[in-house]
Design a binder for this molecule. Structure first.
Ligand SMILES: *Cc1c(COP(=O)(O)O)cnc(C)c1O
Length: 367
C-alpha cells in the first residue's frame, strides 16, 4: 500500500495503546457472559448522583457548542486551589493534556524522560511527535528512582513526566524525594506531574505538587475526573500550571475539547465531596481486603496509593482469570508477564475475584 511510504516513520513504529476489554467484548469474542471488569481503574462506585442529574438537565442543550473556556469549572477550580483562572488548562481527559505537552514541546531530536513501567500513554505521545522517550527503570521497590531520572536529563531533554501515584504499580514518591527532584531540575525542562490517582493516596507525606507551580514555572500538575469522580466515560481532565505554560498549552488545543455534559457533570461532582469521600473509603477498604486475601493465596501484592493493586500471581494469571469472567490488566507489555494490575472494585466484585483465584489455585493444586 502506497501509504506505507508516506506515513511518518515514528507513527508507523507506534504500538497502539491496549485498553482493557469491556465485558461486552468478552461476551462477543469468547462467549463469556456476566464478566466483571477490574482492568481500567474506573470508579468502583460510579459517578455522583448529582453529576448524573446535572447531565440530565443539560441534555436539551446539546445542540449548542460547549463553553470552550470552561468558565464555571475554571472559576470553581481556581478557587479550590487558590490559583489564578489563567493557570488552568482543560482537556478531553487528562490524556489530551499529555498530548498537548508533547505537541508544544517535543519534536525530532528532543527527549522526554519518564520512569518505566509507568503510564502507557507517555511513550505514545512522545513518539507520536517523533521525539525520543528516555525511560528510567523503577527502583527495586518499584518506586520512581528520581535520582536516576535527574541523571538521565541532558540538554536535549524538554519534558519529564512523574506519575504519582504511579500507574501500573500503585507506588508513590513522598514529599522529601519529590521536592528535592523538583528543586534540582533545570529551568528549561517542563515538569509534568501526573496526579490522576492522587485523591486516593493515603501516605501522609504525599507531595504538594501544585505548590511547586508557583515556585517553579514550567511545572504542570495534571488531574482527572475519570478516576475518583467516576466520570471516565465523559473525558475531562485538567492541569494547573503557571500562566505562560497554560497559555501555550491552550493555544494548541481544540476550541471545544470539553463537552457540555462533561463540564456540568464535573462541576456537580466537585460539589459532592461526600461521594468522593465514599469512593476513597470503599477503595481503602477494598485495598485492605484484597491485599490480605491475595497474599493469603500466595500472591505478592505491592503497597498502593491508588485504586488498583499490582499483583504477582504467576505467568498465565490474566488468561485464567479472564476465562472465569474476571477481566484484569495483563502487564506482559511492561516486561512483567507474571504480574497483573487489578482495579479495586466494589466489595462483591473483590470477593468474586478472590473466590475465582482460590478456585483456580485449588484446581492447580489438584492437577
Ligand atoms: C487514567 C489516567 C490518566 C488520564 O485519564 P483520562 O481519562 O484521560 O483523564 C492519566 N494518567 C494516568 C497515570 C492514568 O492512569
Amino acid at each position: 500500500m502506497a501509504l506505507e511510504r508516506i506515513v511518518k516513520p515514528h507513527i508507523r513504529e507506534l504500538a497502539p495503546y491496549q485498553p482493557g476489554k469491556p465485558p461486552e467484548q468478552l461476551a462477543r469474542e469468547l462467549g463469556i457472559e456476566g464478566a466483571i471488569k477490574l482492568a481500567s481503574n474506573e470508579s468502583a462506585i460510579g459517578p455522583s448522583p448529582r453529576a448524573v442529574a446535572a447531565m440530565r438537565s443539560a441534555l436539551e442543550g446539546v445542540h449548542r457548542y460547549p463553553d470552550g473556556a470552561c468558565f464555571e469549572l475554571r472559576a470553581r477550580l481556581a478557587r479550590h486551589f487558590a490559583v489564578g483562572e489563567a493557570q488552568l488548562v482543560f482537556g478531553c481527559g487528562a490524556d489530551e493534556l499529555l498530548e498537548l505537552v508533547a505537541k508544544v514541546f517535543l519534536g525530532p531530536g528532543d527527549e522526554a524522560v519518564f520512569a518505566w513501567p509507568s503510564f502507557a500513554m507517555y511513550p505514545i505521545v512522545v513518539q507520536g511527535m517523533g521525539a525520543t522517550p528516555v525511560t528510567v527503570p523503577l527502583d527495586s521497590d518499584l518506586v520512581h528512582d528520581l535520582d536516576a531520572m535527574r541523571a538521565a536529563i541532558t540538554d536535549r531533554t524538554r519534558v519529564v513526566f512523574v506519575c504519582n501515584p504511579n500507574n501500573p504499580t500503585g507506588t508513590s514518591v513522598g514529599a522529601d524525594a519529590f521536592d528535592a527532584f523538583a528543586a534540582a531540575l533545570p529551568d528549561e525542562v517542563v515538569l509534568v506531574v501526573d496526579e490522576a490517582y492522587c485523591e486516593f493516596a493515603r501516605r501522609p507525606d504525599f507531595p504538594d505538587a501544585i505548590g511547586w507551580v508557583a515556585r517553579r514555572p514550567g511545572t504542570l500538575v495534571m488531574r482527572t475526573f475519570s478516576k475518583i469522580y467516576g466520570l471516565a466515560g465523559l473525558r475531562v481532565g485538567y492541569g494547573v500550571a503557571d500562566p505562560e505554560l497554560a497559555d501555550y498549552l491552550n493555544r494548541a488545543r481544540h476550541p471545544f475539547n470539553v463537552n457540555r455534559l462533561a463540564e456540568v457533570a464535573a462541576l456537580a461532582a466537585l460539589d459532592d465531596e461526600e461521594h468522593a469521600e465514599r469512593s476513597r473509603r470503599v477503595n481503602a477498604e477494598g485495598a485492605e481486603y484484597l491485599t490480605r486475601e491475595l497474599r493469603a493465596l500466595g500472591c505478592e501484592v505491592w503497597p498502593s496509593d491508588a485504586n488498583f493493586l499490582l499483583v504477582r500471581g504467576g505467568e498465565d494469571l490474566f488468561d485464567r482469570l479472564q476465562r472465569e469472567g474476571v477481566i484484569v490488566r495483563p502487564l506482559s507489555g511492561f516486561g512483567m508477564p507474571d504480574c497483573v494490575r487489578i482495579t479495586i472494585g466494589r466489595p462483591e466484585e473483590n470477593e468474586r475475584l478472590v473466590k475465582t483465584l482460590a478456585r483456580l489455585r485449588q484446581r492447580g493444586a489438584e492437577r
